[in-house]
Design a protein around this ligand. Structure first.
Ligand SMILES: [Zn+2]
Length: 358
């Protein structure tokens, strides 16, 4: 079994939009019913679905809905309960209209043709992209982010991909940072889009408007959508830069050297925190790792206290101090002068080369 998932934006009509909202509401309703049912009678939690199916007979509006939305809602609750019993998460909370909107449906009654997907009851819905994988559908979830609806499809593609032949490709060292998203040992830099900086004022303005509306009123929800849309824009710009850079890097490397970023520690520095979370280094490294893993490319992480920035990449001399404002690395021992980030990237590359040779 090899599971892959693909999230695709949907091209929806107004009618479909309303339908999706209703199904999310239905899934949430079933989840919350199961929650209160569980609280009344925690002993028989394996029978939550059965009891819901009996109870819903008296609720007229549930009849036209996609019943699988409710089933998966209850299943999600059951999963949350079994994780809670194992001590893996907190006791599940009631879901509210303002939380994330999503529902799952039965994959065996879903079919896909080109840029269209057929969902139970609502029928054909347009997609902005074709499904990237072929195989058996395992899970189909519809969700909303800001103004846009998405379908996440998990597919079993059968056999795992064979590792790619990387002979002849170099080991690549990467320094991640704020000024540029990534600097490679050969000197190539991927610029950092920093979208929050661009949208900060607009976001603040719309958030202020939201805070002046009556909490949970219709106008509040309308304004919330506007705020979500800005967040969504910001996230898209970040994701796009991260995906482009990581794909390009994994395609040209036989092994990759990176530093272990303690992002949480860095975030404690208030001055750096905003810039850092805006560049979303964590997301960059996570994508890099997962893409490298799929292709079978080893990633070598430098030890925690390895001074990749302070060490000279040409003679190994280590500086005691290097302030963040020094963009150029000047070595007092061998006299080399090199871009600070590139110097760090070369050190990380050398570390990775040593590691893979062993
Ligand atoms: Zn030196």
């Amino acid at each position: 079994m090899a599971l892959n998932s693909h999230k695709i934006a949907l091209d929806v009509t107004d009618e479909q939009r309303v339908w999706f909202s209703q199904q999310c509401g239905y899934a949430r309703f079933a989840y919350n019913c199961a929650l209160s049912d569980y609280k009344n009678d925690p002993q028989h939690w394996k029978e939550l679905t059965k009891r819901f199916n009996i109870a819903k007979r008296d609720i007229d509006w549930t009849r036209g809905m996609d019943q699988r939305a409710a089933l998966f809602g209850i299943k999600n609750f059951g999963d949350a309960i079994s994780r809670w019993r194992k001590g893996q998460n907190r006791f599940p909370k009631k879901k509210r209209r303002r939380d994330r909107q999503s529902y799952s449906t039965d994959p065996s009654s879903v079919s896909i043709k080109g840029k269209r997907i057929r969902l139970p009851k609502i029928g054909w819905v347009g997609m902005f992209e074709k499904l990237r994988f072929k195989g058996e559908l395992i899970k189909v979830t519809i969700s909303r982010t800001a103004h846009r609806w998405f379908v996440s499809i998990t597919i079993d593609t059968g056999k795992p991909k064979a590792p790619r032949d990387t002979r002849g490709l170099p080991v690549v060292g990467i320094d991640v940072g704020i000024n540029s998203l990534a600097t490679l040992d050969k000197g190539k830099q991927y610029p950092n889009p920093r979208p929050l900086k661009r949208y900060e004022r607009k976001l603040k303005r719309e958030q202020r408007k939201m805070s002046r509306k009556v909490f949970l009123s219709n106008n509040w929800y309308k304004q919330k959508r506007i705020v979500e849309r800005i967040h969504y824009r910001i996230a898209c710009i970040r994701l796009d830069a991260q995906h482009k850079a990581t794909t390009e890097i994994v395609n040209m490397a036989s092994a990759i050297g990176i530093e272990t970023l303690k992002v949480t520690n860095l975030l404690k520095n208030k001055k750096l925190a905003k810039a850092l979370s805006d560049s979303a280094l964590g997301g960059f490294l996570a994508k890099l790792k997962s893409k490298a893993e799929v292709l079978g490319i080893p990633i070598v992480e430098a030890p925690h206290f390895y001074a990749s920035s302070k060490t000279c990449s040409s003679c190994g001399h280590k500086k005691k101090e290097l302030s963040l404002s020094e963009r150029q690395y000047h070595c007092s021992s061998c006299g080399v002068s090199i871009d600070r980030d590139q110097n760090a990237a070369i050190n990380l590359k050398n570390l990775a080369v040593g590691h893979t040779e062993r």
